[in-house]
Every structure is written in C-alpha cells, then in structure tokens.
Design a protein around this ligand. Structure first.
Ligand code: GTP
Ligand code: MG
Length: 202
C-alpha cells in the first residue's frame, strides 16, 4: 500500500527542539551522498519532499516528516563527509548520537549502505555503536540500479560474509533503488508492522 500523505514538519538543531514523541518514528542515516533523501522521496512517492543533491553534506539538521498523519520519518545529516571540518564532524556526532540514544519514540534506525562498495569501516563502527546503545536498526542497500544482477549478488554476499565475522546473523535488510523504485513496499510494510507495536511513553 503506498503512503497517502507526506508533509514536512520541521528541522531541529537538537533533540530538545524535536516534535513531541507521540508517534512512532524511523530515522534514516548513512554516509553523505549514500541516497537518504532520494530514498525518502521514493518511499513517499514525492519528488521533492527531502532535498537531494549531488554534492555531499546537503542535509544538516534533524528533519521531521509526518506520513499518513500517523508516523514520523526523519532525514538525518550524513556522516563521514571528509571535507567537513573535524569540529563540525564532532558536533554532528554529538547531536545525532544524542538524538538516536534518547528519542523515546524511535522504533528503528534505517542505516543506508551503498551497495557498490565493500563494508566501510565507518558504517561498521556506526552499526556497532547502535547495537551497544540498544537502538534497533535495519540495513538498506542503496543505488542497486547502478550494478548488474551478478555484481549485486556478489557484493551482497561479500557484505554478509564481512558482517558475520562479528554478528551472529545479518540484521534485517532491504535492497533498494530510488531511481528504479525498488524496495518501497518491503520497507513500508516493515514500518507498518513496527507501528502496530508502538506504545506511547507516559
Ligand atoms: P546528504 O544529505 O548530502 O548526506 O546526501 P543523501 O544521502 O541525502 O543523498 P541524496 O539523496 O541527496 O543523493 C545523492 C546523489 O545520489 C544524488 O545525485 C542522487 O540522484 C543519487 N542517487 C540517490 N539514490 C540513487 C539511486 O537509487 N540510484 C541512482 N542511480 N542514483 C541515486
Ligand atoms: Mg540528504
């Protein structure tokens, strides 16, 4: 079932400025330029909901969107963009980590991973941090249209093998292409079944 409505709510500089935590929420994160904003637009079937750019570092704040008036989707800034100064990078780490750690209505973090690349140390470290912090997450492989079928399979197998060196199993994962609209139904049905488990904190 496609989404019916998707509206931008607000951009926040930190967790204290976010909307009330009264609906289930899903945050999208990954290295700069991995395709977060494009994926969000694809999921909501809107071209320009989240701003995309070929230049990394476009998304800077915690951006809330409300979908079908009953769940929040959050576009987070990308991590690991090397031309951002070290101080800026650390500031980012701090406010994003605080948001991920403390946001009570966060049902899952969607960690976007470029399907063309081998496992990147920064993605590995980030997923390890999520697991340690007890933040549930799923992996979303992006830009799969840029690979042939065999290459994609090889890359996914290699990724799985690399993950299994440290993890007991491959976490929930999705194969997507914003360009070719692949993976929308799978992600939306994952979100909808998680929504049914949401309990408002009192
Ligand atoms: P930041 O906000 O800067 O961290 O980037 P982002 O992760 O939001 O990436 P964005 O969606 O802006 O996409 C970056 C570039 O990749 C753009 O040029 C997109 O057109 C391109 N792109 C994103 N998703 C896909 C995809 O599925 N297939 C292809 N071929 N290109 C994609
Ligand atoms: Mg973006």
């Amino acid at each position: 079932m496609p989404t019916k409505s998707a509206k931008f709510v607000q951009s926040s500089v930190d967790i204290s400025k976010c909307p009330p935590a009264d609906l289930p929420e899903y945050a999208f994160i990954g290295r700069s330029n991995v395709g977060k904003s494009s994926l969000i637009n694809m999921l909501c079937s809107k071209k320009e909901l989240a701003h995309t750019s070929s230049k990394p570092g476009k998304t800077q704040l915690i951006n809330h969107f409300i979908i079908d008036d009953n769940w929040y989707l959050v576009d987070l800034p990308g991590y690991g963009y090397s031309s951002v100064s070290k101080t800026k990078q650390e500031e980012f780490e701090q406010f994003v980590r605080e948001y991920l750690y403390r946001r009570t209505n966060l049902m899952a973090v969607m960690v976007l991973i470029d399907s063309r690349l081998p496992m990147q140390p920064i993605d590995k470290a980030f997923m390890e941090w999520l697991a340690k912090a007890d933040v549930p997450f799923a992996m979303v492989f992006t830009k799969t249209d840029k690979l042939g079928k065999t290459q994609l399979e090889t890359n996914l197998n290699n990724y799985k093998e690399a993950m299994l060196q440290d993890w007991e199993e491959l976490p929930t994962h999705f194969i997507t292409s914003a360009e070719k609209q692949v993976g929308r139904e799978e992600i939306l049905s994952f979100i909808r079944s998680s929504n049914s488990l949401f309990k408002k904190a009192i």
